[in-house]
Ligand binder design. Structure first.
Ligand code: MLT
Length: 264
């Protein structure tokens, strides 16, 4: 079922009476990034996924976003759905949003799953890379940027063996509104560093990282794991930055084991 909440496209699937898992996608994708997880977990949870403002079918508005405003959107969704203690699950940019949401309202959630993400803000090199991306989109349109960025997100196995799927993902994201994509780049460029608050995370936390993730590599995510008191860490072999798409079976099993272990 699709709902519009605070102007955003929000998708609900599963049992209304069950605990909720909120899935927040990465950049530059949409809620369907979590298709395999929603299919699996809607059997016994209420799965909520949504298109982040500016991406997919959610509106672009003036294209001026911050991670702070993305957390405001998340808060509105939770308020509107009146969901009690949801589990938060974010990948990469969705993880940046989750980590800031934990700083603002950890008590709202029962657990958090952080996939292929990091707590550090962009350093100068990272900020300049974002700026070059925005310039490239302005000069060449979205497609060449999307092709290069998305290709770098996937591990070698996926790129070699699932070429058609990769082309489909690139084709879809290339159709997004460039204003929204640039707005997200700006939001990520200007996000705060959440590293010092990792030690304040007290809810059960699962950290998932692709073995070949070049954007948020295993050592970076292992460091996060060591800073969080109740955390589990799982490395997904042969996967890159998009673990839920690259190895959905293992990612789903890892999430399932974590939920069972924590009685969620
Ligand atoms: C993502 O997957 O959301 C992006 O790679 C995050 C980023 O560019 O920092």
């Amino acid at each position: 079922m699709k709902k519009i909440i605070n102007e955003l496209s929000v998708f609900l699937s599963g049992n209304n009476q069950s605990r909720t898992i909120i899935f927040i996608h990465g950049f530059p994708y949409d809620h369907l990034m979590w298709k395999e997880q929603v299919e699996e977990f809607s059997k016994d949870y209420l799965c909520v996924s949504y298109d982040i403002r500016g991406l997919g079918s959610s509106p672009v508005g003036d294209g001026q976003f911050t991670v702070e405003s993305f957390v405001d959107d998340l808060e509105k969704i939770i308020e509107e759905l009146k969901t009690n203690k949801p589990i938060l699950c974010g990948l990469s940019m969705g993880g940046y949003i989750s980590l800031r949401a934990l700083e603002r309202m950890q008590e709202t959630f029962s657990a958090v799953i952080l996939c292929d993400t990091k707590s550090e803000a962009d350093n100068n090199e990272g900020k300049l890379k974002r700026a070059a991306g925005i310039k490239r989109i302005n000069e060449e349109g979205l497609a060449p940027f999307a092709k290069e960025f998305i290709s770098n997100c996937f591990g070698d196995d996926f790129k070699q063996n699932r070429k058609e799927e990769l082309q489909k993902i690139i084709g879809k994201s290339s159709q997004f509104n460039p204003v929204g994509v640039k707005g997200c780049l700006f939001a990520m460029l200007s996000r705060t560093d959440t590293t010092t608050s990792l030690s304040s995370i007290k809810i059960p936390t699962l950290i998932i990282c692709g073995e070949q993730d070049s954007l948020t590599p295993p050592p970076v995510m292992r460091d996060m794991f060591h800073r969080i008191s109740k955390a589990d860490f799982a490395e997904i072999p042969k996967a890159g930055h998009m673990t839920p798409i690259e190895n959905p079976q293992l990612v789903n099993k890892t999430i399932r084991d974590f939920l069972v272990k924590n009685n969620l």
